[in-house]
Write a protein of this length. Structure first.
Length: 566
């Protein structure tokens, strides 16, 4: 993928304005800001998913469109859940999507000392206090949506006592959960986030970057806005679940001597049918072994999509198409699938593969003879050229392409019927061979030698064209057919998300046969198995033992496909 592709896409999006871009444009025109600085601030406690891709494309895309910069900042304020594996994966995924932060890589942990000093600033101003209340009691004292909160017994501690206790918290004198630092705001506020929120908690845990230097850590609410301010972020873009946190974001910016005044703006998060985009749930799927890992091709993680063969360009195009809205809604999975197919249809070369082989013997084809035929690599791209496929007396076709007693509108192979073999000849089924159990194991056919290329010299028509592979040089392979991980568009709507897991989300075919050229398909390359869908080599592939994943079918994964048709 050319490095300039995201920039070109960003420029194209000028024709697809949204309220965020209008806001940024207005801020520049009014001189509220003179340059645009955005940030993507993931917490490194898991892999990025498709919802994160929306935020990545927005933040990096805005920076590109308006000539600004976008920071990658790790929100590493909870060392218990954060791992270097996740940090590395996040960097890899952002790069895969086509974006680069350059020299602007930051961590919230870079600012731990400054955040601590600002916490002391709030204490000195009488706007923060150390609370010894147990967690359950503190939660109960917050009140409800209809009842105000109640003051903690420790809310009126003096400044010096609070400073002393807070410094001793930092020194490690107290166990986990013994004390917290809370902001002193408004216990009667309608917004629960303003009812004396916790700013710091005690956590005796080694941090991936700071080691054991700290045993108190700031909450996300305290670290987020202040990190934005330190980095002079102009537009702090968050999903709608942070809308109720904005008053606290603004309160902290207002009451601290921060070097900049960033503005938080919320947009609708991505909700996709048949898909779960909750990091907590995705973590559970991995831990419970429901999937094989974070990069399982059924997962909506960017790593899973990449392993499945989904192009980064398709993800970016999908984000562009759904746009940025203010209200949450559910996006039809078909829209994402369409973006994937649209991209792969343009870029993927064509190959033949038989997933459920049925032997076909052409009795009037000379034994021992092999003919070489020309097959195009892409029907709409002459520059893609062609390849040679070999044709012999014994070939394999798809088992589903034969019916002994054909159903209505079934035009493929059946006794006495003539069909076209792609790039090859017209063949007619003459005899059906079965085993002792009555299973069809072979079709005996004849071919028309004058129909080379698949066209009859007398102009007669056939209603079906089938793909095939030559028995003499077919490559055995494992093919994994992935479907949606859930069998309903709104997983968990009835309360149990695990009850909605699709037991048929993966089908493994170990007897598939591929044309020889598929042995040379490189990692990450996606090809179209003609009439089957788009496939790519899996990480498990080995020389002589290829494994292919289905990226996507040629139709919606949950569509009911009628038996029949050519």
């Amino acid at each position: 993928m050319p490095a300039e592709t995201p920039a070109l896409e960003a420029a194209a999006s000028e024709t697809n304005r949204d309220f965020i871009r209008d806001l940024v444009q207005a801020d520049l025109e009014s001189r509220r800001v003179t340059s645009v600085v955005t940030r993507f601030p993931p917490e490194p406690n898991g892999y990025l998913h498709l919802g994160h891709a929306k935020s990545i494309c927005l933040n990096f895309g805005l920076a590109t469109e308006f000539g600004g910069i976008c920071h990658l900042r790790f929100d590493d304020t909870n060392p218990v859940k954060e791992e270097q594996e996740f940090i590395d994966a996040i960097k890899r995924d952002v790069h895969w999507l086509g974006f680069d932060w350059g020299e602007h890589l930051y961590h919230a942990s870079d600012y731990f000392e400054q955040l601590y000093q600002w916490a002391e600033h709030l204490i000195r101003a009488g706007l923060a206090y150390v609370d010894d209340s147990p967690v359950d009691e503190m939660r109960a004292m917050r009140g409800t949506l209809t009842e105000p909160g109640r003051a903690s017994a420790y809310r009126d501690r003096g400044v010096e006592e609070n400073l002393d206790l807070f410094r001793r918290m930092r020194a490690g004198e107290y166990p986990n959960g013994a004390r917290v630092l809370r902001a002193k705001i408004d216990l009667a506020a309608g917004n629960m986030n303003l009812r004396d929120p916790v700013l710091y908690r005690i956590l005796h845990a080694a941090h991936p970057r700071t080691g054991t230097a700290w045993c108190i850590y700031p909450t996300y609410d305290f670290a987020h806005g202040q990190s934005d301010a330190i980095e002079k972020v102009t537009h702090s873009l968050c999903t709608l679940e942070f809308e109720d946190h904005r008053p606290l974001y603004d309160w902290l910016i207002e009451h601290l001597p921060v070097p900049a005044r960033p503005r938080q703006t919320e947009f609708a998060r991505l909700n996709l049918g048949y898909t779960v985009l909750s990091k907590r749930n995705l973590t559970d799927f991995v831990k419970r072994g429901i999937v094989t890992g974070w990069d399982d091709p059924r997962m909506p993680t960017l790593a899973g999509l990449r392993r499945r063969g989904v192009p980064a360009e398709a993800v970016r195009e999908f984000v562009r198409r759904i746009g940025m809205a203010r209200a949450n809604s559910i996006v039809d999975l078909a829209l994402f699938e369409h973006a994937i197919r649209d991209r792969l249809n343009q870029s993927s070369q064509r190959r033949m593969a038989v997933l459920r082989p049925l032997k076909l013997t052409i009795e009037n084809f000379p034994e021992g003879e092999v003919q070489e035929l020309s097959a195009v690599n892409h029907p709409d791209d002459p520059a893609a050229g062609s390849r040679t496929v070999r044709f012999g007396r014994e070939i394999y076709v798809e088992r589903d392409d034969f019916m002994e007693v054909p159903a209505k509108k079934f035009y493929r192979l059946s006794p006495g019927r003539e069909v076209r073999l792609r790039y090859a000849f017209l063949v007619t089924c003459r005899e059906v061979v079965k085993d002792a159990d009555g299973n069809v194991v072979e079709l005996r056919c004849t071919y028309d030698p004058a129909s080379r290329g698949g066209n009859a010299p007398d102009g007669r028509k056939v209603q079906a064209t089938l793909h095939w592979v030559c028995a003499a040089d077919a490559i055995p392979a494992e093919v994994r057919l992935y479907g949606t991980l859930f069998n309903r568009p709104d997983p968990g709507a009835d309360g149990d998300i695990f009850a909605d897991i699709n037991p048929e989300s993966l089908e493994v075919l170990r007897g598939a046969l591929l044309e020889p050229s598929l042995a040379d398909v490189s990692s990450g390359e996606v090809v179209q198995f003609e009439r089957q869908g788009y496939f790519c080599p899996d990480l498990d592939s080995r020389p002589g033992a290829p494994v292919f994943n289905r990226t996507i079918g040629l139709r919606d994964t949950w569509a009911k496909v009628q038996a029949g048709g050519g």
